[in-house]
Every structure is written in C-alpha cells, then in structure tokens.
Design a protein around this ligand. Structure first.
Ligand code: GLV
Length: 304
C-alpha cells in the first residue's frame, strides 16, 4: 500500500476509490496547509495530490524523499517547480481538457457581466435606487458586432472564441508568436488565456493597457500574474480602459481591503473557472489516474 497525501478534502468518488487501494492521508483544514505543515505531512508520502494553492518546490521535495509522483488538481502547473521535479525524476501530472468548457463558460459570464454592467445594475437595485425605467441608464457594450481578442488560443481560448462567434462577435486569436498590440488596439474585449510563464508575466502592463480602447473590457481567467495589477488599477482609475472582470488576481486570495477592489468598474470572483461539480469530479479522476500510474512506475496519462 502506497502512502498518498492529499492537500485538501476532495469529496469526489475517484478519491474515495483511491482510499480503498492506498493509505490516503487528507489535510483536514479548510485552508491550504502552510508550507511547514505540507512538508511535515508529505515526509513519508509516495504520492502527492496538490492544489494550485500549494507551492511544490525543492524544500518540499527534500522533505519527501519517497515521493514518486505529484498530481496537481489543475490544468496549470505554475505552483510547481517543474525544473526541480524533472531534476529529481519525479513525474508531474495535471488535468487538461476536462475543465475547458467550464472555464470558457466562466470567461464568457465575466464578459457578459462586464459588458452589460450587471454588478453595477444589481447593486443599484439592492440599494433601492431602481426608481423607474431609465432611457439612458446602465448603457453597456453590445457583444453582437463587437471584437474579442483571445490572448492565448489554446483549448480554453478557442472554447471562448467559439462562444464569441455564436454571439456574433468578431474574434482575433493571438498566439504566442503573434504581435499583441494590433489586437489590443482593435478589441472591445480582451480575454486572457495564456499560462503564466516568465514570458507572459505582466504581459498586460501599463503600455499594453494604453494600447487598448478607453471603452474596452479586460477579462482574466488565466493567472493573476499575467496582468500588472498596479498598472491595471491605475488604468481603471484613469479611464484608460472601461472595465475589468477577473477570476484570478495577484495575490490570491485578494485581501478585502486591496486597492483593486476600490477601482471603478472592476468585478472579481474567487478563482472559480473550473468550479462545476462535473468538472471537479473529472479533474479528481484524472489526478487519481496520474497518481496510480506514477506509483506503478508507468508514464502518466496526463503529464504536465
Ligand atoms: C486552475 O486555475 C487550473 O489551472 O486548473
């Protein structure tokens, strides 16, 4: 029986089945294990099932000498030091594909919410400010005929592009080799779908924001670090762009008193791109399959 440490409670059938086959230890907290606790609990683990909230680095690998596989419950892997894992011959698995549609749905929900100013309109109703039908109240952006720049045209980006075309939008897909600026200049909505790498960190900086239209909306369901958040806050205050809708921030969680939340026309949700019951259950299945393969010394079915 191998020893598996899971860094959060995962109420999904695949994990219950894993516990029938192996000695599974589950972190009991609602918050992620602090790094020292993670190291202590991983000390005798053969396999780790980690979340995007866990930093998997050299110190953790040092603390877990028996480790044979890391399965991240995410499509992204920027929480893991992959060079260090490779150096030590520890395979790392992720959960691609199964969260594409759920994440694209969330990106599109953010696009619609920001375009039609849903947070502001709902808040006005809650404050008792709905006095009459307003001929020029809450005027938003009509998506039909508008232009969407999809920055990072991988699986999720293309799923967002498909939704946009069905809404009658013109879509510009920006791949890593393509110049970003012309797309930023033309787009009414810019939606980010790149992984976070040294090349994409602060891809959307002050200069990029200045290229965007003053009426444009920035949507980020990728990683907070892809946007220079200080520059974004300034751009929202200055009216350089019209609005931002974000599922990811830097840092996460975003403190309730963070200046980003005081910027005008910003909508922030707490990293819920893949948060549907079906998707999370399928992510757990893939993570468990990665663990079983890693423990058996076989190639992972879903390697990073
Ligand atoms: C979530 O952000 C993921 O990478 O799956």
């Amino acid at each position: 029986m191998a020893r598996v440490f899971i860094t959060r409670s995962l109420p999904f059938p695949a994990v219950a089945e894993l516990a029938e086959r192996h000695d599974v230890d589950v972190w009991e907290g609602e918050l992620p294990p602090p790094p020292d606790q993670l190291r202590a609990r991983a000390a005798d683990a053969d396999a780790l099932l980690t979340m995007v909230t866990d930093r998997v680095d050299a110190a953790l690998f040092d603390a877990a000498p028996n480790l044979r596989v890391v399965a991240n419950l995410a499509v992204g892997s920027d929480n893991i030091d992959l060079d260090e894992a490779r150096r030590r011959g520890i395979p790392v698995g992720v959960t691609p594909g199964v969260l594409t549609e759920a994440t694209a749905d969330l990106a599109f929900a953010l696009i619609l919410a920001a375009a039609r100013r849903l947070p502001q309109a709902a808040e006005a109703v809650r404050r008792g400010e709905w006095r009459t039908w307003e001929p020029a109240g809450f005027l938003g952006l009509e998506l039909h005929g508008a232009t969407l720049a999809v920055v990072g045209a991988g699986r999720i980006g293309q799923a967002v592009a498909r939704r946009a075309r069905a809404f009658g939008m013109e879509v510009i897909e920006v791949r890593s080799a393509d110049p970003l600026e012309p797309a930023l200049e033309r787009a009414d909505v810019v939606s980010l779908h790149t992984p976070l790498t040294p090349q994409t960190r602060h891809l959307i900086d002050a200069a990029a924001l200045r290229r965007m239209k003053p009426t444009a909306i920035l949507v980020n369901t990728a990683r907070g670090g892809v946007v220079d958040q200080d520059a974004l806050i300034e751009a929202l205050h200055a009216g350089t762009i019209a609005a931002a809708a974000l599922d990811v921030t830097d840092p996460e969680p975003l403190p309730a008193d963070h200046p980003l939340l005081r910027a005008p026309n910003v909508l922030v949700v707490p990293h819920i791109g893949s948060a549907t019951g079906r998707t999370r259950a399928r992510m757990a299945e893939m993570a468990v399959a990665n663990i079983e393969a890693g423990l058996a010394g076989e190639p992972l079915p879903h390697p990073v």
